[in-house]
Design a protein. Sequence first.
Length: 503
Amino acid sequence: MGLDKDLQSIQEVRDLIRKAKKAQAEYAGFCQKKVDSIVKAVAEACAAKAEPLAKMAAEETGFGIWQDKVLKNLLGSSITYDYIKDMKTVGVIREDGEKGIMEVGVPMGVVAALIPSTNPTSTTMYKALISLKSGNGIVISPHPGAKNCILETVKIIQEAAYNAGAPEGLIGVINLTTMQATDALLKSPDIGIILATGGEAMVHAAYSSGNPALGVGPGNGPSFIERTADIPEAVRHIFDSKTFDNGTICASEQSIVTEKCIEDKVIEEVKKNGGYFMDEEQSEKVSRFMLRANGTMNPKIVGKSAQAIADMAGITIPAGTRVLVSRQTEVSKKNPYSREKLCPILAFYVEEGWQEACERSIQILQNEGAGHTMTIHSADTDVIREFALKKPVSRLLVNTPGSLGGVGATTNLSPALTLGCGAVGGSATSDNVSPMNLINIRRVACGVAELADLRRKYNVPTPPRTPQAQTTAPSGNTSYSGSGFSAADVEAITRAVLEKLRG
């Protein structure tokens, strides 16, 4: 009688981890040059297959636009490689002779990589590259809804890495995708760190596993168009971002917040760019379709076009509509327009001035998406600074598309498909996760001061170099200064303790 699927999947995970751990022990001895040659080979192989993998991902998941997924795959391969290629991650990574400090990069071991269905092939490439660059092995857990394209991506990565000299087993992937398999992966004591990209439940499971984890929460970034902004450019950026791969990047804009004095100009540009302002009845129909009875967003909207969503919700929209827009005045968990929408739907808020817009943005982020990303379009450096000081986000993007700016494609942030949300967002980091997040740093520190130097510097009294003189108690017995016990007392106590121990 054969094993049930869940038991088979658990055994597969154990085997994968065992092989990866053994291979990583060998890989950890590779020099930086050898590691870099493997990383380069993997990046080039992934980039060469960017288009077929993009088409495969779009077809399998039904999310997004394959042409945009090509660029995502290049972000996960070529763009990531260009950013990390010169990083020192292996052996001595920094020396400061003057201060007597040397830093050594130490890999964390085996990375457990959870891959989402929204960005499956690109995230697989990216996580493999940063794991290999940092001297780690990796075991990948595919989302069941994107399993085939992820497996194909891993096959390309494995072939390139092993042909370049990586130890066999260094890169593993779960074929039998079950909840039990993922749970076994997360909780294995042989996992060095977890990279969790996906839904809140998955991220929570990673942080509850008992292993170190880097997870990310949902995005819900508002985009503030301030009165000094180049309004046509601002709206173009927002629409380029929100329609990119049909809004499946979590850093994409979820709301437009603008000022009353420029409301008409912003509305005009929104319409020029293919935005359709729904009336109250249409907004209500789409709202009911977006939000399920259990309070969660309907997965049917993810990565779908504006037209497809309109058809599913039962509303009629003009041909050529790129983004559905709904005027809003309220923010709450019950209002789906004020939450993360991984599709071309935007809320539209109008406030009196930038101070009110600032508060509205905070309200939106505290409703969902705290610690993630928001954008601001402005030429006023003082307003930008105020937003930077007050917004509970890890990335404030200025005059750039949110989706591509957040992942580092149109900014100088580290290219990443795992975006930390910081403590406010329940994440262990606020970074765009890079190879440097996947190494420990061993610090070698030479002595540069003596105890006497410290005493002089901080004016600390020097104690006597010899024990304090003993005093004679009135009984004639020797007393330990300040203790209140005579030598005879101490001897009696010691004898009693020894007898007790022998007994």
